[in-house]
Design a binder for this molecule. Structure first.
Ligand code: SF4
Length: 410
């Protein structure tokens, strides 16, 4: 029996899919070369944006048309309304926490033992040199537009001992890039260990590896964390720090619990301590009631901060959230226009930041024979060699565009 997993959404879902693959294979299933050839499709869904859900409906229609016998299981971050709509279009909907109960539906005998603790399931990592490690799941923040607290529940943190054990094992097996995951890693706390302390514990492990993390909330990003990042030689000088809007009234309606000024001051402080840092963000365009002036505040803040990258999302109402009760009154046409304005600003600032790296030599983790990720998390293209995949290489940067760098191996 062959399976195929289709993953939507964030890195947390990608990491969950690695655990799903591991469990499925312990039942003797093997990966299908193409989704159309699979006997079982597992869709790891994301209800965060309507566009992702629309793609899932289309995907299911397509797969059922291609193969009438195909079985489709659905999991992931799903709102109750989306689950209801998809119930009779799929063979099974299960919560990721119930992954171990899949045995009841697979009609296959277990070939290898599986841990009964979800986070103790050893994932089937996508590659040997880079690994996602969930350190926590869920969120207590209830930003008014976000479904995460409803679909993933409240914050749950893994014990530092178990995280360290997983990472030690990865490093021993040649892993070079550790990426810690959580909806709000800054609020990690378990057995008296907070997030900066956890980073320090990992940083102190022996081995040649880099350490990154997603995602941070500006209200919880402490001086202790900045200090830890600045002191470490292993933590990537890269921070993904969602701002969502540059207007204080909109931030209040979003229940973000920080202001545009707090955010700007935080960025200044981080850049003072870690001058080489690359910063990316998330922005929601056309939140209910966002006026042209309020949008302009976001555009001006983006100009000032000069992000290296920004994920620009047009607002779409999600049931169960507080913002669902507000009128989605910015037209699609206007959202598109605002998106284009912000994208132009981003292109300009990202290019300016990247151009500063021309002539410099940076360390890159080669992911393909002609591509890798720099220590600052920027995409770097170069002429390499298959033998270098999974190794650190030094690249002299010769060209820059907004979204990537080009360079020569030295
Ligand atoms: S911090 Fe806000 S946006 Fe992020 S997961 Fe939690 S509720 Fe959602």
């Amino acid at each position: 029996m062959q399976y195929h997993i289709i993953t939507y959404g964030c890195q947390m879902n990608k990491s969950d899919s690695e655990r799903i693959a591991s469990v499925i294979e312990k039942y003797g299933l093997s990966p299908a070369p193409k989704k159309e050839n699979a006997d079982l499709i597992i869709i790891n869904a994301c209800s965060v944006r309507q566009s992702a859900m629309d793609r899932i409906y289309g995907q299911i229609r397509y797969l059922k048309l291609k193969n009438k016998k195909i079985k489709i299981f659905l999991t992931g971050c799903l709102l109750a309304k989306d689950k209801e709509k998809l119930r009779n279009k799929t063979d099974l909907i299960f919560k990721i926490k119930n992954l171990l109960k899949l045995s009841n539906f697979l009609n296959q005998k277990l070939k290898k033992q599986i841990s009964d603790d979800y986070f103790q399931i050893s994932p089937k990592y996508q590659n040997k040199f880079s690994a996602y490690i969930p350190i926590m799941t869920g969120c207590n923040n209830f930003c008014s537009y976000c479904v995460v607290p409803y679909v993933r529940g409240r914050e749950y943190c893994r014990s530092p001992k178990k995280i360290i054990k997983e990472i030690k094992n990865l490093i021993k097996n040649g892993c070079k890039q550790i990426i810690l995951l959580g909806q709000n890693v800054n609020s990690y706390k378990s057995k008296g260990v907070n997030f900066p302390k956890l980073l320090k514990m990992i940083n102190d492990l022996k081995g040649d590896f880099w350490l990154a993390f997603f995602t941070s909330h500006p209200k919880d990003l402490s001086d202790e964390l900045i200090k830890t990042m600045a002191k470490s030689k292993k933590i990537n000088p890269y921070l993904h720090l969602p701002i969502q809007s540059g207007d204080n009234q909109i931030l209040k309606k979003m229940n973000r619990k920080h202001t545009a000024e707090n955010y700007e001051n935080l960025i200044k402080k981080i850049r003072r301590k870690i001058p080489q840092i690359a910063i990316s963000t998330d922005i929601i365009i056309g939140f209910p009631g966002e006026t042209k002036n309020q949008f302009q505040n976001t555009a001006e803040l983006m100009e000032k901060i000069k992000f290296d990258m920004a994920y620009l999302n047009k607002y779409s109402p999600r049931q169960q959230t507080a913002a669902f009760k507000l009128k989605d009154d910015v037209s699609q046409k206007e959202k598109k226009r605002r998106w284009a304005v912000l994208n132009e600003i981003l292109k300009k600032t990202a290019l300016e930041n990247n151009q500063k790296l021309i002539g410099k030599t940076i360390e890159v983790l080669a992911e393909k024979n002609n591509f890798g990720r720099g220590f600052n998390f920027k995409d770097v293209q170069f002429k390499g060699d298959k033998k270098l995949i999974g190794k650190f290489v030094k690249i002299k940067i010769t060209q820059a565009n907004p979204w990537s760098l080009k360079g020569e191996l030295i």
